[in-house]
Design a protein around this ligand. Sequence first.
Ligand code: UDP
Length: 342
Amino acid sequence: MAKQILVTGGTGYIGSHTVVELQERGFDVVIVDNLSNSQIEVLDNIEKITGIRPAFEQFDLSERDLTDAFFKKYSDIAAIIHFAAFKAVGESVQKPLEYYRNNMGSLMNLLECMNKYQVPHMVFSSSCTVYGQPDVLPVTEQTPRKEAESPYGNTKAICEDIMRDYCKANEAINCIALRYFNPIGAHPTALIGELPVGVPNNLVPFITQTAAGLRDELSIFGDDYDTEDGTAIRDYINVVDLAKAHVVAIDRMLNGKSKDNYEYFNVGTGSGYSVMQLVKAFIKVTGVNLNYKIVDRRAGDIEKIWADTTYGNNELGWKAEKTLEETLASAWAWEKNVRGLK
Ligand code: UDP
């Protein structure tokens, strides 16, 4: 019988792509999402891609009683992938308690239920934000973590620590934290992708919305960084490649391959691109003109970061495969589909 995987936040951006990859690998998926930042129609589009409609339960995982009731109902879950969390850096500065309560509360409820209902495995969405501005680049898993720049970033560091400590106290529990770099792009079918509510905070959705005519121009935050063209550098990872890393992490745990019951991996491409390089690549790939201007640096932004993926590539047998160009083309195809453009 197919193993059942609980995907929390499964109607969200990375979650929905991961559900597709899990289903295509033959896993049975149940999604839990409170739809606070995603739409129920995502289920229709997952079904269009895979031919299978995942089971779905709508509730808030920071509510312990509801989480308990869920595990009583779904008694056969083999592993969890935990995406559900608040993720807006700026909002977290305004509403720190909401971020701590939601992101840490839901993780702790899940961990307790893992013990109580004997669900041993969890993959957790962490972030390269835990490294801050590293002293040495690229960053390996050994690179020391730094003080978080925002409550959001701090929830990722604290959640990692909670898992580490819980795994130490509970040998039967097995967790893998994946530290994502910058996920971008969309599924090649253009049926699922990133759908930010309101004005996008992230670079690529802002670019595609500008190209689609929803925004007048892109603001590039700073051109006086210590980089070749002065704009900031990130490691942009294709969302489908990223989704596949989760399936690989699940396989690692289900097959007893983990070296420790708490592990963490960088998930990036190993290459850094500047904001200006990305903008130029977008224009070249899509042939769309993009208005942009240089403005001041954005508060809290780091100058440059990219991953050393050696450890993850060797241990997980996973590697990012898509090029930046095809990833940007997929982001544009998705935006056009959402806006009904040709
Ligand atoms: N960025 C930008 N204009 C925007 C949004 C982002 O110049 O409208 C820059 C941002 O300063 C950073 C990079 O793009 O250098 C990636 O930002 P994003 O918010 O996508 O991800 P972050 O790395 O901050 O998590």
